[in-house]
Design a protein around this ligand. Structure first.
Ligand SMILES: NC(=O)c1ccc[n+]([C@@H]2O[C@H](COP(=O)([O-])OP(=O)(O)OC[C@H]3O[C@@H](n4cnc5c(N)ncnc54)[C@H](O)[C@@H]3O)[C@@H](O)[C@H]2O)c1
Length: 311
């Protein structure tokens, strides 16, 4: 699908970016990455035929240069932590709101054909009775969720005002290889299972999430880049399966072969939604999206990668 076409991946040295870049290359895209290496790692792209630009998405000149000759953008660069956004909302706003505005504004000036924005399901919708979908009213409870709502709003506005073909994809909780630098539950659980520390659960363990293996997210982004859908569309990319934190801890213990590894409960953290999972019906109908990797299989693949590269 990408044969001969040129794509800019912002945040391409990050977790999802490193996986997406590999898929895009395999699909025939010519890939340029812009990344400030705040959390991402240049070595994730070692050996790949990728043009790398070390730069800040908040700087219009950097983004304008990076967009030269580009047909499509996968905009992943962001500060992705709910906890950090509560601690420092101004920093989160700067990267996520101003950064996304800058990418959109330069993309419409450059006449880019398609831009897929990486939004979020749980943090954007906030506390609502799941499953959430595209008709759920967004009521973010963290600055991170609010910043993604801003990005979606500008994406839609730029589609309507300037004809920039934006598609917002709301990710579930993504896991998989190249995530060793992340602070999400699966990374933390795997490190604790390896070191012998207890698995720490914030709250009573009944909070739930929708976990999606990174290959499925990347397949959804690829569909967002190429599918014949209206500009300004929004889709949930999710598994549709509700998994409590306790169930996740059990799955990690099972996959690693330590079913009796200790668990420690601590008070819940502000900004985190309680229950969340999403319906991907619209993405299935309009993008042809359908997740393929079940949780235990995805966790086993991720654990193998952690053993080889992180632990
Ligand atoms: N991982 C998830 O579960 C998840 C869920 C929902 C949405 N998302 C979104 O997906 C995207 C990718 O997330 P990820 O998990 O790969 O995170 P990540 O932190 O691994 O990747 C983000 C990348 O953006 C780069 N970056 C940060 N600020 C930058 C700046 N000012 N200029 C240029 N580059 C900058 C970082 O160095 C990093 O490589 C983010 O937009 C995130 O909000 C992720």
């Amino acid at each position: 699908m990408g044969a001969g076409r040129r794509i800019l991946v912002t945040g391409g040295a990050g977790f999802i970016g490193a996986n997406l870049v590999r898929r895009l290359l395999g699909d025939g895209w010519s890939v340029r990455v812009v990344d400030l290496l705040v959390t991402g790692r240049k070595e994730y792209l070692d050996g790949l035929d990728v043009e790398f630009v070390a730069g800040d998405i908040r700087t219009p000149e950097v983004v304008a240069d990076a967009l030269t000759g580009i047909d499509a953008v996968a905009h992943l660069a962001a500060s992705g932590s709910v906890v950090q956004s509560v601690a420092d909302p101004a920093a989160n706003f700067s990267t996520n709101a101003i950064g996304t505005f800058t990418v959109l504004d330069q993309a419409r000036r450059a006449g880019v054909g398609r831009l897929v924005f990486s939004s979020t399901g749980g943090a954007l919708i906030g506390d609502a009775t799941p499953p959430v979908d595209e008709r759920s009213v967004p009521r973010p409870i963290s600055p991170y969720g609010a910043s993604k709502m801003v990005g979606e709003a500008y994406g839609h506005a730029f589609a309507k005002s300037y004809g920039l073909h934006t598609v917002s994809t709301r990710f579930a909780n993504v896991y998989g290889p190249y995530s060793g630098h992340k602070g999400g539950a699966i990374t933390v659980f795997f490190k604790a299972l390896h070191s012998g520390e207890p698995l720490v659960i914030y709250g009573d363990g009944k909070a739930s999430r929708d976990y999606l293996y990174v290959d499925d997210i990347c397949a959804g982004i690829q569909l967002g880049l190429t599918a014949d859908v209206p500009a300004g569309s929004v889709y949930h990319l999710a598994s549709g399966v509700e998994t409590t934190v306790t169930q996740l801890a059990d799955a990690c213990r099972r996959v690693v072969g330590k079913p009796d590894h200790p668990i420690e409960f601590r008070p819940p953290r502000p900004g985190e939604v309680n229950r969340n999972f999403a319906s991907y019906d619209l993405a299935k109908a309009e993008l042809g999206f359908s997740p393929t990797v079940e949780l235990d299989e995805g966790l086993a693949r991720t654990w193998d990668w952690y053993l080889a590269h992180v632990l």
